[in-house]
Design a protein around this ligand. Sequence first.
Ligand code: TRP
Length: 335
Amino acid sequence: MTQKKVLTGISTTGTPHLGNYAGAIRPAIELSKTHDQAFFFLADLHSLIKCQDPELVNRSRLEIAATWMALGLDTDKAVFYRQSDIEEIPQITWLLNCVTAKGTMNRAHAYKAAVDENNAAGNDPDKGITMGLFSYPVLMAADILTFNADLVPVGSDQRQHVEIAREIAQRFNHIYGQEFFVMPQEVIDDETAILPGLDGRKMSKSYNNTIPLFLPEKQLQKSINRIVTNSLEPGVPKDPDDAHLFEIYKAFATEAQTAEYRQAFLDGIGWGEAKKMLFNLINDELKDAREKYYALMENPKQIEETLQQGAEKARIPAREMLRKLKDAVGLRNFI
Ligand code: TRP
């Protein structure tokens, strides 16, 4: 067990897929087992930047909460909550906004990418860009700094955001003359699997090539059957290192299973057979969780209660942090 506090936010857009599972959910749940203090939250305030369909916003957070619970996150031990339930976070966001350099936000990559796209299309550079997108990293800094997290496990696309959180923390500490915030550190695991999707490109909602995590068994099998392969016949040796099936298999298999699968490729296994093996492997890993997932989705009450309990726990340090910060900036009671 380590004393360091880990915290990560889970974006609540779309339905979780195998890539999210292998790349983020599974490693985070593992991490929660070795850390005494783990904070996991649904970044639902962030989701409003990308999605303005209330039904979708709500559906996605329910699905994602059910997913983490079904996969065995120990919600008694880890603090599991919705960002939007922690009312201190938007207030702390404002305090941080007031020390954040606009120039830093200009350089934040999600915003920059949107501007670049507008410029490339000959549009007004601000077209379709909200203040939500522009100041996204400040809200994320508040997520992290409210709890003084030490370690922030994220994908490499989030590295800059954690750097920005440090920059904001430093500025606040400097201006108000005290170590209110510790410097959070991003944890980016290069070993974590990045799965290819149905078409061989990285599995991602934006490529529309995902395999949803909890597809019913038959559909999971169908979906796996759609993963692209080359046209080599059964009996012809195949290069495992050039096969998407192999790459996905590896992310779910033990070393011994991987070695066996590799040998099967070299021995000329047919694609149909290779897909069957992949289906069986994934199905075995997920079937219990899938059952729990559907049971939870039928029982939103249990999810709601779990998240409210999580919010209660999270709000204890959040309240204390907000109190300290308000005092520091001069928002104090008069008597
Ligand atoms: N921006 C992160 C993502 O898109 C989600 C997130 C929001 C987050 N707040 C956070 C991650 C705080 C880590 C810490 O994946």
